[in-house]
Design a protein around this ligand. Structure first.
Ligand code: SF4
Length: 73
């Protein structure tokens, strides 16, 4: 199966300009998984721009969302 880099561009929210894995989702995922991280596209715009791809930061983002959703009720 060929890599669909052109199609992946439509999904990619990564703003790290010099990333060599950009649009190569399988390489990006394996790279971040080895680092106990998640790819940029898992993060909201505000969290993505911190370049903190840790699982802890992802969980913090999810908790923030819950807090915002809870406050909105
Ligand atoms: S897996 Fe990586 S390359 Fe693919 S869309 Fe997400 S951040 Fe971009």
């Amino acid at each position: 199966m060929d890599c669909s880099m052109e199609k992946n561009q439509g999904y990619c929210t990564c703003t790290y300009a010099s990333c060599s894995q950009k649009y190569k989702c399988c390489e990006c995922l394996h790279y971040h998984r080895k680092m106990d991280q998640l790819p940029a596209c898992y993060f909201s715009k505000d969290y993505e721009k911190t370049y903190d791809r840790s699982v802890a930061n992802f969980l913090k983002m999810r908790e923030d969302k819950k807090t915002v959703m809870h406050e909105a009720k």
